[in-house]
Design a protein around this ligand. Structure first.
Ligand code: PEP
Ligand code: MG
Length: 569
């Protein structure tokens, strides 16, 4: 089976196929009410055991989500609900259908209450109901926090929060039917160093739980129930990759300098303080993007100032004296925070997202800015605003930052004078205006993941048009060159934190354009540093005009592949 390889490495193991509860349930039972009642009791106990197990492992990881689990455990014992369900069994319904009806009855009652707390409990009842129905139907559940034996997850889709809870010691790799290379699930997989393939279309149809699988995250190939000789070949490949990784370790601790002496920075993108370990282990010379929204996911309310301060301080201290660029909240798009109560939008990537939400909710934004500035004395901090589309937004965000700084200083709190303030260039409007924006900030970081989708009108999550989603599109690359030139004209440094920064074929071109900092998934850092060390800056510069004169993405990609081989010293 072929998909899009989005996180490199080879995984070999057993499949665990996650399926949703089917929308059509069996209705009329051929069993007696007593037999259905026994099925129900078994699944109630099983669901309770699952919840207790998650509850036990959840304290440290999920914080106050543990309380929700308590509420759900109580639902499995709720006499009012269960007697209604048992009545329905007597009418000849299956346990699945009876439970669904009972759950809906109580969920609707709760939803119509005045009390917000009770209204929210409707979701708990439905969630618990789904868990019990899943058990009745023998469908594995999607909670990835407590998997037993290590396995390869096969799912229709995974949300960024699903992926964030995966533990590499339990999840050998994952395969999804849908998705694109820069979906946040894919990005998380690279951060966690879990091999992954998306867009297999039929993975969940054709693979069964327990099948033996080989997943090649580089090529996007999935092999189901392989013959022993194929398995042997892949085990050998796995060993060779581990060996190469080991060899690259020698580059750690040295600067990244091209063959003719141009120094650049190769940094890592992270999502949580824990990821610093992987960044340092993989030789990152800084953090070019800390996606702070992962602090806000998988919880029930906003993280407070103190909690954020601790997280930022931890990252700054771990990485010091290297620079850490922390991006302010970029919620929206494919990263939902249910507790913010944001309305569903038909175009979430063009909607109420990132800086737009922050400027609209100053209290929430200021909490983050306070935490950032308080942490600034613990290392070298850059603060970066996402999704900038206009000069007004930059000025408003900077205005709020200045105000927060003043407040902290008047409270006697120490704040570093060295904090750099930058913006992401990920919307074409910002790229076009980059000469104007460069006068307002200390650095730019080019976010190609979004810049590609907004420049070419290709949804980054839509597997169906994945072939149109390419960093080699000449329009995207011309914008990138323009941004770097404008940045340098006004004396600021320009980095790139979109996935294109770690693309081995693009690196020579980006180097030639003058990119100062390349920030990528930690696993690509050492490969990229090794490549940059072999390249010649003057030669790369001389090639830029020729490559950008090409008219199609395919021509550019092909030319870069050829240059990649010939240009290396
Ligand atoms: C980008 O858009 O390139 C980027 C780095 O931000 P994100 O992937 O989080 O949208
Ligand atoms: Mg972005």
């Amino acid at each position: 089976m072929q998909g899009i390889g989005v996180s490199p490495g080879i995984a070999i193991g057993e499949a665990l196929v996650l399926k949703d509860v089917p929308s059509v349930l069996p209705e009329r039972s051929r069993l007696t009410a007593g037999e259905e009642n026994e099925r129900l009791s078994r699944s109630l106990s099983s669901a309770r055991r699952q919840l207790e197990k998650i509850r036990a492992g959840a304290e440290a990881r999920l914080g106050n989500k543990a309380q929700i689990l308590d509420a759900q455990i109580l639902i499995t014992e709720d006499e009012e609900l269960l007697s209604l369900v048992r009545e329905k069994l007597k009418e000849g319904l299956t346990a699945e259908a009876a439970l669904r009806d009972g759950v809906e009855y109580y969920a609707n009652l709760l939803e119509n209450m005045d009390n917000e707390y009770l209204r929210e409990r409707a979701a708990d009842i439905r969630d618990t109901g789904r868990r019990i129905i899943r058990d009745l139907m023998g469908v594995a559940e999607t909670d990835l926090t407590h998997l037993g034996t290590p396995c390869i997850i096969v799912a229709h889709d995974l949300t960024p929060s699903d992926t964030a809870t995966m533990a590499p010691e339990h999840v050998l790799g994952f395969i999804t039917d849908v998705g694109g290379r820069t979906s946040h699930s894919a990005i998380m997989a690279r951060t966690l160093e879990i091999p992954a393939i998306v867009g297999t279309v039929q993975g969940t149809e054709l693979i069964r739980t327990g099948d033996s699988l080989i997943l090649d995250g580089n090529s996007g190939e999935v092999i189901v129930n392989p013959e022993p000789d194929v398995l042997g070949t892949y085990r050998e490949k796995q060993r060779a990759q581990a060996e190469r990784k080991e060899k690259l370790q020698a580059l750690k601790g040295q600067p990244t300098v091209t063959h003719d002496g141009r120094k650049v920075i190769v940094a890592a993108n992270i999502g949580t303080p824990k990821d610093c370990e992987g960044a340092l282990r993989n030789g990152a010379e800084g953090v070019g993007l800390f996606r702070t929204e992962f602090l806000y996911l998988n919880r029930e309310d906003l993280p407070g100032e103190e909690e954020q301060f601790q997280a930022y301080k931890e990252v700054l201290e771990a990485m010091a004296p290297r620079e850490v660029v922390i991006r302010t909240l970029d919620v929206g798009g494919d990263k939902e925070l249910p507790y913010l109560g944001l309305a569903k939008e038909s175009n979430p990537f063009l909607g109420y997202r990132a800086i737009r939400v922050c400027l609209d909710r100053p209290e929430m934004f200021k909490t983050q800015l306070r935490a950032l500035l308080r942490a600034s004395v613990y290392g070298k901090l850059g603060i970066m605003f996402p999704m900038i589309s206009s000069l007004e937004e930059v000025r408003r965000a900077k205005g709020m930052l200045a105000q927060v700084r003043e407040e902290l200083v008047s409270e006697g709190v120490a704040v570093s004078e060295e904090v750099e303030v930058g913006i992401m260039i990920e919307i074409p409007a910002a790229a076009v205006m980059s000469d104007v924006l460069a006068r307002e900030v200390d650095f730019f970081s080019i976010g190609t993941n979004d810049l590609i989708q907004y420049t070419t009108a290709v949804d980054r999550l839509n597997g169906k048009i994945a072939s149109l989603y390419t960093p080699y599109h000449p329009a995207v690359l011309r914008l990138v060159r323009q941004v770097i030139e404008n940045g340098h004209k006004f004396g600021i440094w320009v980095g790139m934190c979109g996935e294109a920064a770690g693309d081995q074929a693009l690196i020579p071109l980006l180097l030639g354009m003058g990119l100062d900092e390349f920030s990528m998934s930690a696993i690509s850092v050492l490969e990229s540093r090794e490549l940059l060390g072999r390249l010649n800056y003057a030669e790369a510069q001389a090639r830029v005009t020729e490559v950008l004169a090409l008219g199609t993405a395919a021509e550019i990609e092909e030319t870069l592949q050829i240059l990649r081989i010939s240009e290396e010293v």
